[in-house]
Write a protein that binds this ligand. Sequence first.
Ligand code: COA
Length: 172
Amino acid sequence: MSERKSIAAQAAYRERSPADEPAIRALAASAYADSGLRDAVLAAPADAVSLVAELDGEVIGHILLAPVPGPERALALAPLAVLPAWRDMQIGTELVRHALALALQRQWRSVFVFGQPDYYCRFGFKSHTADGAQIACQGPRFLALELQQGALAGWTGSLDYPQPFVDLVSPH
Ligand SMILES: CC(C)(COP(=O)(O)OP(=O)(O)OC[C@H]1O[C@@H](n2cnc3c(N)ncnc32)[C@H](O)[C@@H]1OP(=O)(O)O)[C@@H](O)C(=O)NCCC(=O)NCCS
């Protein structure tokens, strides 16, 4: 294992607590210029899957999967952020892996994301899996993953994806 990748193995991936809010706010500020996005990050509902990556007592990454109105027990993955100094060390990858495992354990059925297909395909996200969802901004970066096989099969309907993240990917 390379030294950079072994950092990800040393980090702890745990559920976020109220005490993490300042660190999560700082992380969001480092990743997004838009203040609406930063507020969306902090306003996580109680049943959201929200994890932080912690290394030597410092929060260096955060992921939020929040319930999204649409198909039964669906989540929207938004955002995923790692502090610039700790990027490209597989921290983001481990956050996604741990969050998906926890979501499955809690009987969530599917996850949607706006993201780079090259990044998210490694977890099984596919563009065509999201085809049934009608949202304001469709396109090749709109992806979905079935946590439970067949969760999105045959489903069509509108998906109320968090607006700050739709705005982020919408053409201006
Ligand atoms: C996107 C982000 C979370 C990735 O976290 P990370 O910990 O650096 O990523 P990892 O180390 O797990 O993954 C690195 C791999 O992903 C690739 N990668 C990183 N960012 C990528 C991107 N935007 N698009 C495609 N691939 C990307 C790297 O090339 C690397 O590939 P490899 O494993 O084949 O070497 C991080 O760059 C970040 O915080 N960016 C700012 C916020 C953001 O854009 N979030 C995503 C949208 S919500």
